[in-house]
Design a binder for this molecule. Structure first.
Ligand code: 6R9
Length: 633
């Protein structure tokens, strides 16, 4: 993947913290806070005090069965209680909790009290369907209030949610449902995207044919489409019917700190997607603390994270972080450039957004339209900006800093993962910033760059990014796959969590993330596994074998380059290329952006039959292929 790494190596600009921002901040001195965090158990214990526990923990961290760590052992807590219920007896009761807006300009506001009532009704509705503590409920929904309500309703009664991104299509959807043996699915008639309505119900109907465990499908009428009761099958029920007449009160299930909270599937380099399992207490502590300190959240903030709830960014920072802090969270459904490339800046101005968090790919996309659009709007409400999902190139950083933040709002470049649950490397508002660097590990977290044996590499030299101590929001395992959990993350570099990214540290100890060290792609910030794309290709009758690699793209970061071996009689002509594109989209969804397909006669493989994507990548980029001693003749 050719990225502007030369620029990164030369990047020497440093930006001082903005005085006003620091004066307002919860944490006024970044370095001091990092020092405090070195006593990490004590640090996290103090942060846990900010939440309301039904019963206090008797141990902060239990490391007796590594790598199966436990946080806040024997503590009892409930997420929905902390995110919603505890605010209704305070002055926040009538404050807007969720501000839903879409690309058509529709808006819906839910105060904390209204949210409380809706969550309770849904929790009761789920109970009536027989959902109990520990059961898994899945959502395939657009960014709509019912998605947040359903997730919180699950938390309330102790059910585990498994949200599937609504941009994933049939094949990916089926795989995730069946792996988690889901019994209840919540979906919607459709979602708005660039002036069209995407028919989610149709996708889920097709998927349902292959999901034998699903007993009930709850359907949200979101886009006002004409479906009515006669269109539903015996196992389907409308959301509005389910909650009709349900009491707006519901007891919270006291959850053990280590009870499962949610599963979120993500792509690995090999095999099927991984069900990343997060538990309750530590996740809440990690997510609320990082959001509070990195984006300096106060109760009168208007927080907007543009990430989709179907990914970890949305779980941690659209719904849970902001509600745990009792602020207002903007939930936006639509594209960044529809009806025009000023759509997002219009929302910032209209609602006075104070903190704004998005992905580098979106910035690069909007940058293409020039300064005109951000300059059309009053963006002076913005105090802090953020990015997530992939390394940000200094050019995009500078554009964002100048045109959106007007050189006043610092940019928090946050590095983290589905597995980490919370930000692990990021500045705080009082940090000195370097465009393109995520700076340092957040207070209470210990990160480093090491070689294969775990020895620190000299400053300036690339190596594997590792986390050396447990952190509260860490995932606890992969769903029903403890072996893979140990192998992929903990046994590779003994004693440390191997993140799967390459990085280097500079002379100031700042981290520069260089991208994945494995075969995971980041397409427009979305994590896509090469093996998933390959199996989508080979499920087409014309394809015998396929190998895919990431190819640099100036806007999306990476797109797919596929090498395919075709069945006899097939030629890679325009019609087949179109068909393959369509087929992969059907299996995986619009996240799988194909840049190029090439027909080949054979693929480079190891003697044990594994495709050597590294060789393909090197050939593609005209780079040295490296060690090929395991390459089959
Ligand atoms: C939150 C999220 C994780 C991978 C991660 C890395 C890349 C995320 C980044 C970044 C450089 C940043 N990544 N944030 N790379 N700088 N600020 O994106 O989770 O979808 O699991 O992806 O994303 O490669 O390993 P997830």
């Amino acid at each position: 993947m050719k990225r502007d790494t030369t620029v990164l190596l030369d990047e020497k600009r440093i930006f001082k913290p903005n005085v006003e921002t620091v004066e307002r901040a919860h944490v006024k001195n970044w370095e001091t806070e990092i020092e405090k965090g070195k006593n990490f158990e004590k640090y996290w214990e103090e942060k846990a005090e900010d939440l309301d526990w039904f019963e206090r923990w008797d141990q902060v961290l239990d490391e007796s069965n590594k790598p199966f760590f436990k946080w806040f052992v024997n503590g009892k807590i409930n997420l929905a209680y902390n995110a919603v219920d505890r605010w209704i007896n305070t002055e926040k009761r009538n404050q807007v909790a969720i501000l839903y807006v879409n690309e058509r300009g529709d808006e819906k506001k839910l105060t904390y009290y209204e949210l409380y009532r809706e969550v309770n009704k849904m929790a009761n509705g789920l109970k009536n369907l027989g959902v109990k503590k520990g059961d898994t409920v899945s959502m395939y929904l657009p960014m709509c209030p019912e998605l947040l309500i359903s997730m919180l309703a699950c938390n309330k009664i102790g059910a585990v949610h498994s949200v599937v991104y609504s941009g994933l299509s049939v094949g990916a959807f089926v795989e995730r449902m069946n792996d988690a043996k889901v019994k209840i699915l919540i979906t919607a008639d459709g979602t708005y995207r660039r002036g069209k309505i995407i028919d989610l119900k149709k996708i889920s109907d097709e998927a349902m044919l292959q999901c034998p465990t699903i007993e009930t499908v709850i359907v949200v009428k979101h886009t006002g489409s004409k479906i009515d009761i006669s269109d539903l099958s015996g196992r389907e029920i409308f959301y509005e019917r389910l909650i009709e007449g349900e009491p707006a009160e519901c007891e919270c299930e006291p959850m053990d700190s280590e009870d499962p909270l949610f599963i979120l599937y993500t792509s690995g380099s090999t095999g099927k997607p991984k069900g990343v399992l997060h538990t309750t207490g530590g996740y809440m502590v990690g997510v609320s603390t990082t959001l509070k300190n990195i984006f300096d959240i106060h109760e009168n903030d208007m927080w907007w994270c543009t990430g989709d709830i179907g990914w970890i960014t949305g779980h941690s920072y659209v719904i849970y972080g902001p509600l745990l802090l009792g602020t207002t969270t903007v939930v936006y459904e639509g594209a960044p450039d529809y009806p025009d490339p000023g759509a997002w800046w219009n929302i910032v101005e209209k609602y006075g957004v104070t903190k704004f968090y998005t992905a580098p790919t979106a910035i690069r996309h909007l940058m293409r339209f020039g300064n005109k659009y951000p300059n059309l709007y009053n963006l002076s409400s913005l105090k802090i900006l953020g990015t997530v999902g992939e390394p940000i190139n200094p050019e995009a950083w500078m554009w964002y800093y100048k045109n959106v933040g007007k050189e006043k709002a610092p940019i928090m470049d946050t590095w983290w993962q589905t597995e980490t649950g919370m930000h692990l490397i990021s500045p705080l508002p009082s940090a000195y910033l370097k465009p393109g660097s995520a700076t340092k590990a957040v207070p209470g977290v210990d990160a480093d760059v090491v070689d294969e044996d775990g020895n620190p590499v000299p400053l300036g030299k690339g190596g594997y990014l590792v986390i050396k101590k447990p952190w509260p929001a860490m995932f606890r395992t992969l769903y029903e796959d403890e072996e893979r959990y140990k192998d992929v993350y903990w046994n590779q570099i003994p004693g440390y969590y191997k993140a799967g990214d390459m990085a280097r540290k500079d002379e100031d100890g700042y981290f520069w993330i260089q991208g994945r060290s494995d075969d995971v792609l980041k397409i427009a910030g979305h994590r896509v596994g090469t093996s998933e794309v390959e199996s989508a290709f080979v499920s087409h009758p014309a394809v015998v074998e396929a190998a895919v690699i990431g190819k640099h793209d100036p806007i999306k970061g990476q797109v797919i380059k596929a090498f395919v071996i075709l069945r006899e009689g097939y030629k890679l002509k325009t019609k087949l290329i179109e068909e393959l594109n369509k087929h992969v989209r059907y299996e995986l969804g619009p996240v799988a952006v194909i840049g190029d397909i090439e027909q080949v006669e054979s693929l480079p493989k190891t003697r044990s039959g594994k495709i050597m994507r590294r060789v393909l990548r090197a050939r593609e980029l005209g780079e040295d292929v490296g060690d090929t001693s395991t390459l089959e003749e």
